[in-house]
Unconditional design. Structure first.
Length: 437
C-alpha cells in the first residue's frame, strides 16, 4: 500500500479521482511531518482534560484568563435571556441589537477611535477592511511576518502584495518611496506578531505613512487587553495618537475571552465598511449574548489591572528561568508579550534533513515529551513559520500561577536535556504528536 492509498476510501468510482488527488496531498503532509490533528478537550483553561488525562496548558491565547471566568458565563446567560442566543439576521436587516451597539461604543473608546464595527471573526474583519480600502491596481505593503488572514485578504481584494522586512520601518519607507504615488497604498502590520511575540514599531510606521501619504492598518489581535496602561493595545503602550492609525482591528476571542472581532477607526471608515464590506453585509450578526458578555470582559479589563501586572510577572519569571536553555540550542525569541516562542536550533537537525526536517522533528519530539508529563504546548512548524525555525510556542495567561510556570520550567529542562543526549532518535515516534500548527 502506498502512503497516499491509505486515504482512498471504497466507494463510487466517480469521486475516486478527487480522493486520490487529496490523498496525495495528505500523504505529503505526513511525509513532511506537518500533518495536523484536532484535540477534543473538557474543562476550562489553563487546565484541560483530554482523553481522560489532565493537562496544564501553555498554548491558549486566553491571556487574561477570562474565557473561564464565571462572571462572563453569568453575563452570557443574562444576554441570552435578554436578546436570544443568535442574531437572527445580518446587522443591516434586523440583527443589530442594543448589545451590539453598546459593545461597539465601548470598543471604540478602548482603542481611542471615534467608532467601531463588529465582525464575526478576525479573518472577516481583515478581509472587510482590505477589500473596502483596496482593489485592483492598489498596493498593500505588509510586514513580512503578518498573519495569514491579512495576506489572504489582500489577494482576495485583487491588490498587489508587497512586503517589507520584519519590524523595519526604514525598509517600509524605502519601499513606499518606490511606489507610484497615484496608487492607493495601505501599510499593514500586526501589533503583536502571533508566532514571535514581538511588537511592531507603530510610531515609526505611522511617520513613514504620513510622509508618503499611505494609510496604516494595525491588526492588534494579540495586543488588545494586554498592552497599555488600560489594555488599549499596542498603540497605547507606545503612546501613539490613535488617529494616526486608519484602521485598527481587534479580536474578542483572545484576551477578552469571548468570540468575534471588530474594526475601529474614523466615522468615514466605519460608514464605508457598513456600505461596502461584504463580510459584514452578508453575514448573520455576532451572537448578541456574546456581545453582552464581552461588555463584562471590558469591565474586568478596566477594573482589574492586577491581571496585567500578574501576567507581566509570569513573563519575566519564564524568560529569566528559560534563558539557560540556550546551552541546549533552544532559544527564546525577544518577546515581552505573553507569546514566548522557544526556537529549536540547527544542532537538533537530523543528518540528511538539510537542517529543516530534523528541526521540525525535534519540535514535535519536545512537544510530545512535555505532553507525556501533562504539559500541553504546540509545536509550530512550516508553513506557519519559516523553514528551519520550528518552535514551541508557549503562551502565558493571568490564570497561571508562579508555581505552574516553575513546573513548566522544570519539566522543560528535564525534557530538553534528555532529548539532547539522544538527538539521533528524534524522528522516532513523532507521529504521536502531530496535532500542532
Amino acid at each position: 500500500m502506498t502512503a497516499a492509498s491509505q486515504y482512498v476510501e471504497q466507494g463510487d468510482a466517480r469521486d475516486d479521482s478527487l480522493k486520490r488527488v487529496l490523498a496525495a496531498r495528505l500523504a505529503r503532509q505526513h511525509a513532511l511531518q506537518r500533518y495536523r490533528r484536532r484535540s477534543t478537550t473538557a474543562g476550562k483553561g489553563p487546565h484541560f482534560l483530554r482523553q481522560g488525562q489532565r493537562y496544564l496548558t501553555f498554548c491558549s491565547n486566553d491571556y487574561l484568563g477570562l474565557a473561564g471566568d464565571p462572571r462572563l458565563a453569568e453575563a452570557l446567560a443574562e444576554g441570552a435571556r435578554r436578546f436570544g442566543t443568535g442574531g437572527g439576521a445580518s446587522h443591516l436587516v434586523c440583527g443589530h441589537s442594543e448589545a451590539h451597539e453598546s459593545l461597539e461604543a465601548r470598543l471604540a473608546a478602548l482603542t481611542g477611535q471615534p467608532r467601531a464595527l463588529l465582525f464575526s471573526s478576525g479573518y472577516q474583519a481583515n478581509l472587510g477592511v482590505i477589500s473596502t480600502l483596496l482593489g485592483r491596481g492598489d498596493v498593500a505593503l505588509h510586514d513580512r511576518l503578518n498573519h495569514a488572514s491579512l495576506l489572504d485578504a489582500t489577494r482576495l481584494a485583487g491588490a498587489s502584495l508587497v512586503r517589507f522586512a520584519h519590524r523595519d520601518a526604514v525598509d517600509c519607507g524605502e519601499r513606499l518611496s518606490s511606489l507610484d504615488t497615484a496608487r492607493r497604498t495601505l501599510v499593514v502590520t500586526d501589533g503583536v506578531f502571533s508566532m514571535d511575540g514581538d511588537v511592531a514599531d507603530l510610531p515609526a510606521l505611522a511617520a513613514r505613512c504620513e510622509r508618503h501619504r499611505a494609510w496604516l492598518m494595525v491588526d492588534d489581535a494579540h495586543g488588545l487587553g494586554v498592552l497599555g496602561t488600560d489594555g488599549g493595545g499596542t498603540w497605547q503602550a507606545q503612546s501613539l495618537e490613535p488617529g494616526r492609525i486608519a484602521a485598527s482591528v481587534g479580536t474578542l476571542g483572545k484576551a477578552l475571552g469571548t468570540q468575534g472581532a471588530f474594526v475601529a477607526g474614523s466615522e468615514t471608515l466605519i460608514e464605508a465598511l457598513i456600505q461596502f464590506a461584504r463580510p459584514y453585509i452578508y453575514t448573520t450578526s455576532l451572537s448578541p449574548a456574546l456581545a453582552w458578555a464581552t461588555l463584562t470582559s471590558l469591565d474586568i479589563v478596566r477594573d482589574e489591572p492586577e491581571r496585567r501586572a500578574h501576567l507581566s510577572t509570569l513573563i519575566e519569571r519564564f524568560r529569566h528561568e528559560a534563558a539557560g536553555l540556550a546551552e541546549l540550542d533552544l532559544h527564546l525569541a525577544p518577546s515581552i508579550t505573553p507569546i514566548q516562542p522557544l526556537i529549536v536550533g540547527p544542532s537538533w537537525s537530523v543528518p540528511g534533513s538539510g537542517g529543516q526536517g530534523g528541526n521540525e522533528a525535534a519540535a514535535l519530539a519536545l512537544a510530545a515529551a512535555l505532553d507525556s508529563a501533562g504539559i500541553w504546548c504546540s509545536a509550530i512548524r512550516p508553513p506557519t513559520v519559516p523553514a528551519g525555525t520550528s518552535r514551541l510556542r508557549f503562551t502565558l495567561s493571568a490564570a497561571h500561577t508562579l508555581e505552574e510556570v516553575d513546573r513548566l520550567i522544570s519539566v522543560l529542562f528535564d525534557t530538553a536535556r534528555r532529548l539532547w543526549s539522544a538527538r539521533e532518535t528524534l524522528t522516532e515516534g513523532t507521529s504521536t504528536r502531530e496535532a500542532s500548527t
